[in-house]
Every structure is written in C-alpha cells, then in structure tokens.
Ligand binder design. Structure first.
Ligand code: SF4
Length: 179
C-alpha cells in the first residue's frame, strides 16, 4: 500500500513514504512453499492480496512500470524490490517484469527470491538486477525448519538457503563471505 501511495495509484496518508518500491508479483495460484507467516503459503486460506502481514493490492503492470519511472526520475524512489512466490511460471513472470522496468528506467532493482541456480543468477545479472535477497526469516537452522523448512511440508532447507546465499554473493560479487 505504501508503494501504491508513492506511485499515486492509491490514496494513502503517509508521514514517512517509503523510498523503496515493493513489487510483489500477483498470482491466483498459491505458493508451493508453506512459510508459516505468509498469506500466500500453500497451507494458508488467507486473502491472496496479502503476503506475510502486508497488503499487496493488484494493479496494472504497465501503470506501475510507468509510475515507477516517474517516481525514480523525480527522486521519490531509490530502489525497486521485486518479490515473487514459488509457482509454475514464476520465472517467466519475474523476467517479464524486470525487462519492462529496465526498458523504462535505471532504478536500482533487487529481487527477493528463494535459492536459484547459478545459471538463473547470471541471467538476472545480465537483465540488470543489482542485488539478490534470499530471506532466511529465522536465525537458526531449527527455527528455519519450523517456520519455513521441511517441518512445514515446504521445499526449503537451511542448508540449501545458505548455499544459495553463498553462490549469489559470489556471482554478484558484492562482498566475500567468510566461510
Ligand atoms: S516463499 Fe515467499 S510467497 Fe512463498 S510462502 Fe514463503 S514467504 Fe510466502
């Protein structure tokens, strides 16, 4: 809702407007993961216009892309953070959104996503993604397992997420992890 307010697509009263645009890709399919805090999760019955506890009201992609360009050019936004769920066409939809943003704007783009193959990471870099976010949502492997790991029936594991973070760090060359 904060992002839509900055983009002028919703009337939102804000004392402190966000400078990052959070762009959740909307799908009417539930995510194949089952993170226990998330409205999109496979085991959730919550409204799909939410993710975690935030409201993500679907809007026309072209209107969002053009408003994003204007907001960045005028200094209202410093970054766009794309977030996706794990569903059959997530990759095609994500690439389409990144390409449309890059065709219109030089706004820095981050992608929040589950661990990806090196090949996918390299394609994302070549498309102009500046940063990759791989959320752990927990600070120990035991908590991870309870919140979004095997215990939830989802596909994620602490080990695979750690491996994904290390590979993404190396490929994006932002910093060197102490291993
Ligand atoms: S991977 Fe993301 S969208 Fe899917 S259940 Fe977990 S937090 Fe929700």
């Amino acid at each position: 809702m904060g992002t839509l307010g900055v983009l002028g697509l919703e009337l939102v009263q804000m004392d402190t407007p966000p400078t990052t645009a959070y762009l959740q890709i909307y799908t009417d399919k539930r995510c194949k993961a089952n993170c226990q805090f998330c409205a999109q999760a496979s085991g959730s019955s919550a409204d799909l216009a939410h993710i975690a506890r935030g409201m993500y009201i679907p809007h026309d992609l072209e209107a969002v892309v053009m408003r994003l360009k204007m907001a960045y050019d005028r200094g209202y936004l410093a970054r766009a953070c794309i977030q996706t769920a794990l569903y059959d066409t997530w990759w095609e939809d994500t690439v389409h959104l990144i390409k449309r943003i890059r065709e219109e704007s030089g706004i820095p783009v981050s992608l929040s996503v589950f661990p990806l193959s090196n090949e996918h990471l390299e394609i994302l870099m070549s498309l102009g993604v500046n940063e990759i976010v791989i959320p752990l949502d927990a600070c120990t492997s035991e908590l991870f397992d309870k919140i979004k790991g095997k215990s939830t029936g989802g596909p994620y594991s602490w080990e695979n997420h750690m491996d994904g973070i290390k590979r993404a760090s190396r490929i994006f060359q932002k910093w060197e992890l102490i291993s």
